[in-house]
Design a protein around this ligand. Structure first.
Ligand code: SF4
Length: 440
């Protein structure tokens, strides 16, 4: 049986898809890259923005002719949209056979063994498997390793924070932590296969705790495994940067000097109304600590402008924090209310034009900072993990520095994906650094 698996959204979904691939291949399925060839099509979905959901609905609708030409085809919708909309999906998209939420993947193999609906207009009864399971953390299911040198490993699922604008707690449930032994066993399996870079994943990854172990303990234990050369994690929450964690981050050579630290707003009033559980002073103290250990420590972020009630003064405070933090990169958005969240019912009083103005000015500011931070890298010697040939220039390969910057290197040293080389940074082209491999 051939399966085709399409994944949308965050790295958590990518990990879940790799885990699902492993579950299916353990019982004899094999993957096809072509939906037309598949016996089973799985769509792992994202609910974080309405626009993302609309695009995914459109993509699933386009699968209908495949069902018409092959009535034995099974189509399953997985992930956050499955949890968010449940049976509404099979009601509106009748060619979909199964809907399975993120806490129910253990039942996926059995549900896929059910007979498919023979008609694109009618689905099987009992085809919707959703709902939260507070005990399910898939600790005995390791994900398929998709890259020979780098892999993600989920250590924490769900979120207890309930930020006012966010749908995640409603689609992923409360936080759950995977046992330390299970995580270490998955890391060991990955390095045994040659993986050098491990990224630990969680919705608020640094809230991790398990039987007396903190996130800092866990990082130290993973870093001790022979073969782990680069250790990353995403996404941390500013509230959970303890002194112990900051010390481990700045004293463990295997941990890459980069953190993705979501700011969201620089105004303490807006942070409070978003229910983010930190203020801008707490946030900047983390950045200052990391940059004191290494001025080139990579800090990236997410920022929302135009959140309900954001005044010009609040917005200007965000710009001030951005100037102070000197982020290496930022994902920046204009606020758009998300149905199902608490803030959806709050008056969205800022016009789209005004949100756009605020966003554009922020992007201009951040782009300038990003450019400057990249320029500052010129002349430095950096360890670069080689990832792939450049899609733009066949004579170059792409890699990443420890502080998470893309580097293009001339391919005159016969690079292989997964090599770690020392490179001297020579110039900045657009958003990419360019360098030359040295000491080969
Ligand atoms: S911390 Fe806030 S933004 Fe992040 S997943 Fe949890 S509720 Fe959503």
């Amino acid at each position: 049986m051939k399966y085709y698996l399409a994944t949308y959204g965050c790295q958590m979904n990518e990990y879940d898809s790799a885990m699902i691939a492993s579950m299916l291949e353990d019982v004899g399925y094999y993957e096809t890259e072509n939906a037309e060839d598949a016996d089973v099509i799985l769509v792992n979905t994202c609910s974080v923005r309405k626009k993302a959901e609309d695009n995914i609905y459109a993509r699933i609708s386009q699968l209908k002719p495949l069902k018409q030409s092959n009535p034995d085809l099974r189509i399953a919708v997985l992930g956050c949209m499955a949890e968010n909309h449940g049976a509404k999906i099979t009601d509106t998209l009748k060619h979909v056979d199964f809907v399975v939420g993120p806490d129910q993947y253990r039942g996926l193999v059995d549900i896929l063994a059910l007979p498919p609906s023979k008609s694109p207009h009618r689905q099987q009864p009992k085809s919707v498997l959703v709902g939260f399971d507070s005990a399910e953390n898939y600790d005995d299911n390791f994900a398929k390793i998709l890259s020979p040198f780098s892999t993600h490993i989920t250590i924490q699922r769900g979120c207890n924070k309930r930020c006012a604008y966010c749908i995640v707690p409603f689609t992923r449930g409360i936080e759950k932590f995977r046992p330390v032994e299970s995580i270490l066993a998955e890391v060991q399996k990955a390095v045994d296969k040659g993986v050098k870079e491990i990224s630990l994943l969680g919705q608020t990854v640094n809230s991790y705790r398990y039987e007396g172990n903190s996130f800092a303990n866990l990082l130290s234990k993973v870093a001790e495994i022979k073969g782990v050369e680069r250790l990353r994690f995403t996404s941390p929450h500013p509230r959970h940067y303890t002194d112990e964690l900051l010390w481990v981050l700045t004293h463990t050579p295997q941990i890459s000097p980069h953190t993705h630290l979501p700011l969201q707003s620089g105004s303490n009033d807006i942070l409070k109304s978003m229910r983010r559980q930190y203020d801008s002073e707490d946030f900047l103290a983390i950045v200052e600590y990391l940059r004191a250990s290494d001025p080139f420590y990579g800090v990236t972020t997410d920022i929302i402008v135009g959140f309900t009630g954001e005044t010009e003064e609040d917005y200007l405070q965000t710009l001030e924090v951005v100037k102070h933090a000197q982020f290496d990169h930022a994902f920046m958005f204009a606020y758009s209310p998300r149905e199902g969240t608490e803030a959806f019912d709050w008056p969205d009083s800022i016009s789209e034009a005004e949100k756009h103005r605020r966003l554009q000015k922020l992007i201009d500011l951040q782009n300038e900072i990003t450019r400057q931070r990249s320029q500052n890298m010129i002349g430095r010697e950096e360890k670069v993990l080689i990832e792939r040939p450049s899609p733009k220039n066949p004579e170059e390969w792409m890699g990443k520095t420890g502080n998470f910057k893309n580097v293009a290197l001339p391919a005159d040293f016969s690079p292989q994906a997964g090599d770690i080389v020392t490179a001297k940074i020579t110039e900045v082209r657009g958003w990419t650094l360019r360098g030359e491999a040295i000491n080969l």
